[in-house]
Design a protein around this ligand. Sequence first.
Ligand code: ADP
Length: 325
Amino acid sequence: MKKRVITALTPSSDQLHIGNYFGAIKQMIDLQNNEDYEVLMFISSLHAFTKVQDAAQLRHNISMFVKIYLACGVDPERIFMFDQAPIAWHTQLTWILSCMTHMWFMQRMHVYKDAAAKWTADALNVWMFCYPILMAADILLYDIDLVPVGQDQKQHVEYARDIAEKFNRQFGDVFVLPDALIQSEVAVVPGIDGRKMSKSYDNFLWLLDTPEVLKKKVKLIVTDALPIEAVKNPDTCNVYNILKLFLSPEEDIIVRKRYTDWGLGYGVIKEELYQKVVEFVAPIQHRFSQLDDTMIEQMLLANGQKANDIASKKIEQVYKAVGLL
Ligand code: ADP
């Protein structure tokens, strides 16, 4: 039987960059192509609200994210995509689980501990403390077997499993116990300044940037000042570290050799990177231009009803088990 997998996309901005594609979107596309899995993908708009507290911006982000994911190749025929926010059961189950969760347990969470170490209590918001409980509800409502996460989120899936086990022990078998599916570490894609490409650093190549903008940005990629005739190390070159994402193994061998032979100019290799990026984003941008907001809303509405049916059945089981129904 297929394992049921859930994955989230959090619309915390309205654009996605090349780093997001290779670090997150590509993994989702790989999952949808794996015959062993039935994949659910939800828009974690309740989680996005922790950061985006502007109504128009939040609506815009949700629509842009869904369109960009679809344009990148996430196939709604193979991945069941829905928005968590209209399904009230996510927050209902969060309450039930909160009532069964000790403070000390949440205080152990690395993400919370890191935030608490960084910020004073008056700058910390309550969501930072309790969002893993919402995350557990997101998972447990849909009888999920596997949750693909990076190492940093593993502890949250373990909490979901622990609280599900505790519930089942006390009230009978209601929840499927989820496991974390640890995704192999994805190499960090550098931005044009050499730091990790991130929307926080203004060093990104957006998937929706025009060729003109991409050209300017690629020209700005920071390199060392070695002359053309010098032998160069591809592995420490920001241009190569972005370019390699787009190269076949054969092309990669040739490019690396050009670095280690003499005679490679950064202007030339930047032009090649520019060509590769434009080739890569062109079909994504074309598909994006064909998607409209109404289409997205209709899909989310229809899928929301289906998800609501599944989640409401689970809540009925929960309420009956605990005596609320
Ligand atoms: P940002 O740093 O731009 O704010 P997020 O933190 O929202 O990006 O990350 C969204 C997803 O994209 C995460 O799965 C993250 O691991 C991945 N990701 C973000 N930036 C990179 C990068 N430069 N290289 C590889 N993966 C990345």
